[in-house]
Each structure stands twice: as structure tokens, then as C-alpha cells.
Ligand binder design. Sequence first.
Ligand code: DON
Length: 578
Amino acid sequence: MLVKMFSKLNCQVRIYTCFLTVLLFGCQQQLQPNLQQQRSKQGMAVSAHPLASDAGLAMLQQGGNAVDAAAATALAISVVEPFSAGIGGGGFLLLRRAQTGTVQALDFRERAPKRATRDMYLDKQGKVRPRASLDGHLAAGIPGTVAGLYTVHREYGKLPWAAVVAPAIALAENGFPVSSRFVTAARQRQDAIQKNPAARQVFTRAGILYQPGELLVQRDLAQTLRKIAADPQSFYTGDIARSIAADMAKNGGIMTLEDLKNYTPIWRNPVCGNFRSYQICAMSPPSSGGVHLLQILNMLGDTDLKRLGRQSADTVHLLAESMRVAYADRAQYLGDPDFISVPVKALTGHNYAKLRRSQIQMSKAKPSNQVKAVDAKTLSRFVWESPETTHLTVVDKERNVVSLTFTVNGGFGAGAVAAGTGILLNNEMDDFVAAPGVPNLFGLVGGDANSIAPGKTPLSSMTPIIVTENGKFRLAAGAPGGSTIITTVLQIVLNVLVYDMNVGEAVSAPRIHHQWIPDRLQVERGGFDTATLDELRRRGHKIQEREDWGNANAIVLRSDGWLEGAADRRGEGATRSY
Ligand code: DON
């Protein structure tokens, strides 16, 4: 049974590996590290697309703050990178206001429609219907992007809302040259795109896919964005909502006008913890990102990682074993905190980390089938201890900081556009557990904690972070990459805070990833020397070399007062500053 499960996983992981590699990380573009790095004393915006970073910079130069710039960048991404994130999806935002010095977290993630049920993706025999949670209208959760961006802007933005939406409208209306990442993503998803007439109309020229450099004009989307500029609520109660609901009804979806009307973003407390002299704040549940980032950092504790060496077998082994434990706990305990009780304090506590660290042997990898989440009773002993996605990072001249990750989930989301709106629907429902132990698109497994229920939010791995030191901003970062997001952000944190790399090097450095199941230590091809990999194999790791992953970006504030920002060499992003 286990063997069968693993071979299925292996196959799925190979599929998603290939899918992600080609689709999301643009491996064809081998740009030089640091080319996308810039520095400035004023303000900067970094995102996965130069035109979106331009939109953010324009806001800063017009006297807007980080919130204006982040909202404009995210809306522009929705136009130029619809395959990774958009107004048909959702996400999480972390905001640190210079005035208060506190970090706030906004959850504008998709939620399950009211008619969603626990078994909605199962057939009569109780088997998961292949791709039911990935393709078409039934795969979509209620989108949160517009409500989220408007909520944070209404409270903290400086420029008029219409000014923030303007760059996205211009990009949709006048068009933009599609990139090779766009084209590769469209090729990967062409079956779904061709099948859905509205998607075919938007993303092909009479059925022919766009070539790199060709201009893509999105007239319906421009019209939708105009309505949003005039009245963001039109997405949830007006014309746009009616079009989405009608399209759902026509195409076997379950999302209704009522679902859209009831959507609300939620301000949540981020999870924050200390790592050495730093305070790290990251997204709390319903993302698993913050909890497991802190858990792994706590497990590393005060281990002298510098002495062990950044890419040594010892360091990679310790990281991989810590990741394995964290993902085992994730599968058991993480879900929407409004539906289940998530033991955040226990999982992010130092004493719990000590217990888990003591179970790691440095000489030997522990097979994943011997690593389990601790039982609830054991975990409760720690409770009272004190304690295709895209990322963008913006810092303004007052040192307000926004770290925002949002997504439509898989490349081109559900592969369907709500007719007449230009809005690409997400397939975020796949982030729920369709059935216990059955892996999702990213090979992640889980159980009851992340089962489907009406109004519930699917568990995420998105990990926007903001780090401070002695009350001063130090680092903000985030990444796409499904299950790999948490470990990508972890490694950027270590590269900057422990290994003193500049931000370009920190984002560029080769990465590893372990997610408990499948029992594989994934390493970026060409990033690690043979002797290290041999030693890791000797300790029992099953090494899987993969193409690059995780189109991250980050901004640091250096001790000399310069901001330094970098987009990942793995993608096509850019830093823009003034
Ligand atoms: O929320 C999550 O964890 C996923 N829906 C993120 C998807 C993602 O990162 C896609 N690809 N790189």
C-alpha cells in the first residue's frame, strides 16, 4: 500500500516538478545573479515582472506609500502575469507601518463556496476524480484579491484608489509584450485554455497561442478594472459579481452571487518569533508558512551554521531533517483557524523545537515513514509556553514595508475565464485535502484539519515575511512555488541573517527542499558538489536533483542605510527604485 502510494506520489511529483519548473520558474531564462539587484535610499518595489515593478515605482514617485505601490504592483501583475496570480485569486499581505512599528497581516485568500462539501471531488467509489479540483469552474474558491487590496488601501493608502488601479488598466487596454514565461505557461495549460471559450478568446488569437514579444491586449479585463477603479464592491455585488455567478451556473461551478457578497478579507495577527537577534514575522494560518518557518528556525536554534558551512553535508542534512519534521506536523495540524484549533504556540515554541531537534540524528536520515506528527496530547504539553503564485516586496521612504504573496494556485489557475470579465479563475480548492493521504498538485498530503467545508479557507504555504532587528526594519521577502515556498523563504532568511550574503546572492543561491512525503531530498541541479551529495546519500537521503524553483524576491535594509532589493535570477522579475 505504502509502496503504491509512494510510486503514485513519485509520478505526481515528477509531473508537478516539471510543470512548476517550466511553468513558474522560467528556466529558459538564465539571467546573471545580481542583475536584478538595485539599491536606493528612498524607496523600491520588487516583483516578478518589470512592468509591475514599474507600476509600483510610479506610485512611490507620485508621493504614494508602500501600500499604494504594493496594490498597484499586484493589480499590474494580475494583467501581465495572469498565469500566476490575479484578481480571480487571493493571497496574503504583511504590512509594517513605520509609525507603529507593528506588523499586521491581511488574509485575502480564496474561501470555499457555501455549496462546497467535504467529498465534492470524490466519485461514487470514494476515489478522487482526477483533476476535478484543478480544472474548470468547480476548482475555484471565492476570489479575495480585489477586496484585500481595497481593504488595505482604504485604511492605509495615500493616493486615490483610482490612481492605484490606473497602471493595470493601461496595461490591459494597451497591451504588453508577452514574455517567454507567459508563453511556456500557456503551452503547459493549453488544453484547458482551448476548452474554455472565454479563456481561448483572451489567451489565444483564434486558437493560436501567443509568441514571445507579441502584444496581448485584454479588453474585457480593462473594462472590469475600470469598474473596480470606480467601485471595488462591483466585484462582489455589482456587474462583475453577476457575470461571475452567471458563468459559474452555466459551467458547473457552485459559486453564487451570495458567496461573492459574503466574501470578507480578515486582519489576523501574524506569527512572530525571535531568531537570534532578529524578530521574524510571517503569515499565520490559514497559511502554514509562518508556523513552519519559525518551527524550522527554532530547531536550528543556536547551531553554529556558519561553522558547519553553508552548503556542507551537515548543514543540508540538518535543514532537510528539520523540514521533514515540520511538514509531517503540517499535514496533521494545519488548517483554517476559524474552523479548527491550530496549535500555533506549541508548534512555534522553543521547547517543542528542542524536543524535535533531539530526535534528529546527524549521522543518519530518518525515513519519512518513521517520522510522524507528535500526538495531540504530547503537543498540548507545549501549548502554554510563551512563546503559480507571485511575491512582491515594497519599501517606501518612510520605511513602511509591504510583503505580499498572491496566487491563482496552479499555472493559469482553473484554466477558465469568467465570460465577459477577462477574469481568470483560480483553482485554489486543490489546496484542500480532497481525501485523506491523497497528495495535491504539490504532493502535499493532509487530513481532517484541512478538509473541505463551506466558507473554509484552504491551507496555504505562502510565506510573506518581514524581519526586524532592534525595532528596525531589516528584511522582507517571499516566493512562489507551492510546497517549496516555506523552505525557499527559510533559506533566504539564513543566507541574509546567518551567512551575511547580499540580497542578490541570498535570493540566487542554490536551494534544497524536503516535505516529508514524498521522502526525497530535492536539490537544485548543479547547485551542490558531488562529494556533498554522496555524503548525504550515505546518510540515507534519497536525493532528487531538479531544475531551479521559487521565483523569489527580497529587500534588505543595510546597516549603512541603503535599501538593497533583488528579484530572482530564476524568473524575469525586476527591482525598481528611485
Ligand atoms: O497557497 C499555496 O500554498 C499554493 N496555492 C501556492 C501555489 C504556488 O505557489 C504555485 N506555484 N508556484
